[in-house]
Design a protein around this ligand. Structure first.
Ligand SMILES: NC(=O)C1=CN([C@@H]2O[C@H](COP(=O)(O)OP(=O)(O)OC[C@H]3O[C@@H](n4cnc5c(N)ncnc54)[C@H](OP(=O)(O)O)[C@@H]3O)[C@@H](O)[C@H]2O)C=CC1
Ligand SMILES: O=C(O)CCC(=O)C(=O)O
Ligand SMILES: [Mg+2]
Length: 422
């Protein structure tokens, strides 16, 4: 096989061979259940769309429990090297221990490969049971900054020498007086940078333009964390106005017009901008945002936010369209071309090996991957098949328990039904 099926990138554009080699991590817990189902559907869709002309050659790389059992290493260097070399990968979920133990392998992969955008589209599939009245109103795309924030892992344990030094430094050098219980505090540091913010917001605005979306909402808690979350909002607006000036109308612009010429002039400027097809760049404080995505979801479209907010928002929005069983995602560096596609959910360990959970999240992550490769025909076949299969009420347990007259199928049974409906 020429070039061993390697995908390459030239000036940000992918070169994808017809027989592409894609590394995959099978994942912990329910990872193998969903991977076996999803990979079968992807293979069948590619075969049907291209009649053998295009093909994916899966290349397994190890991480998590399987890696530890086989190599003694949770995230072997070979895995990182292979993904670096082959550019695009897909993975199942990996376990992270709580309150101690090793740091997240999922986060480590994103940091090692500098996959600064966590892209999580949230859309409704007709027939999926949802806790809200009009789930179809929720059609949002989350751009979550993926390398900074408290996920950088700069955290010191209560009682450690490091925390004592840091508390002492904060109190004596910086005059900090309000660590409420300095002897028994653990401390975490939250780095948010101008570069990190701007590259994320640039990717979100490029996407907004390319996909013909209408608005970008910057979600932050900048009233409380002024120099991290507040700075994120400021840099986001700055980037939007400096680099996308003729294509956007920002709420900062609105405020400037309002201050100079009054509310009526500002309202007119915004409606003129909307009529001209400009993207409205606005912001929302994270707490009210979590309320408004439920009460007025139509007002939100593309969303840009930091790592922790993005993690919470991802699961909250997934719930609105039927839950974490149908929530895909991708971790992308648009410049290097590196990308790892993965579901939003975790390992769901209580269901491991039961052939029970919904494979749609990792499968739709595969659909995102096919779109990213330009293999849109195969991607569309899978999307349509998921639509038809759910509409016929053939679903896994998570949907079946909330639907009347559903036919509950296993993970592999759902994959069979999807292949049948391709
Ligand atoms: N990117 C990654 O690899 C991620 C890894 N994790 C890790 O996963 C582990 C478990 O995390 P936890 O917080 O329990 O979250 P999980 O997402 O693993 O599971 C929580 C619940 O979500 C539902 N769920 C999850 N996956 C599916 C699916 N495929 N189909 C249907 N329902 C599903 C189940 O709900 P119900 O009980 O109602 O049936 C499950 O009990 C932790 O170690 C965590 O760190 C977490 C998130 C992302
Ligand atoms: O890495 C983990 O274990 C959890 C990460 C997570 O929840 C996410 O990225 O959505
Ligand atoms: Mg999460």
């Amino acid at each position: 096989m020429a070039n061993d099926g390697k995908i390459t990138v030239t000036n940000g554009v992918l070169n994808v061979p017809d027989h592409a080699t894609i590394p995959f991590i099978i994942g912990d817990g329910t990872g193998p259940d969903i991977w076996h189902a999803a990979s079968r559907v992807i293979e069948a869709a590619v075969e049907k769309a291209y009649d053998g002309k295009k093909k994916i050659n899966w290349k397994e790389v190890l991480a998590g429990e399987k890696a530890f059992n086989e190599t003694g290493d949770w995230l072997p260097k070979e895995t990182l090297d292979t993904i670096k070399e082959y550019l695009i990968a897909i993975k199942g979920p990996l376990t992270t221990p709580i309150g101690g133990g090793f740091r997240s392998l999922n986060v480590a992969l994103r940091q090692e490969l500098d996959l600064y955008t966590c892209l999580r589209p949230v859309r409704y599939f007709e027939g999926v049971p949802s806790p809200v009245k009009r789930p179809e109103d929720c059609d949002m795309v989350i751009f979550r900054e993926n390398t900074e924030d408290i996920y950088a892992g700069i955290e010191y344990q209560e009682g450690s020498d490091e925390v004592k030094k840091l508390v002492n430094f904060l109190q004596t050098e910086l005059g900090v007086k309000n660590i409420r219980f300095p002897e028994t505090s653990g401390l975490g540091i939250k780095p948010i940078s101008e570069e990190g913010t701007k590259r994320l917001v640039r990717s979100a605005l490029n996407y907004t333009i390319e996909e013909g979306r209408k608005s970008l909402t910057i979600v932050h808690k900048g009233n409380i964390m002024k120099f991290t979350e507040g700075a994120f909002a400021n840099w986001a607006y700055e980037l939007a106005e400096e680099e996308f000036g003729d294509k956007v109308f920002t709420w900062r612009e609105y405020d400037r017009i309002k201050d100079a010429d009054g509310t009526e002039a500002a309202n007119k400027a915004q409606s003129d901008a909307e009529a001209a097809g400009k993207i409205i760049v606005k912001d929302a404080i994270a707490d009210i945002f979590l309320q408004q995505i439920l009460t007025r979801p139509k007002e939100f479209d593309v969303v840009a936010t930091m790592n922790l907010n993005g993690d919470y928002v991802s699961d909250a929005l997934a719930a609105q369209v039927g839950g974490i069983g149908i929530a895909p995602g991708a971790n992308i560096n648009y410049e290097s071309g590196h990308a790892i596609f993965e579901a939003t959910h975790g390992t769901a360990p209580k269901y491991a090996g039961l052939d029970k959970v919904n494979p749609s999240s990792v499968l739709l992550s595969g659909v995102m991957m096919l779109q990213h490769l330009g293999w849109t025909e195969a991607a569309d076949l899978i999307t349509t098949s998921i639509e038809q299969t759910i509409a016929s009420k053939v679903v896994t347990y998570d949907f079946a328990r909330l639907m009347d007259n559903a036919t509950e199928v296993s993970t592999s049974g759902f994959a069979d039904a999807l292949i049948e409906n391709l």
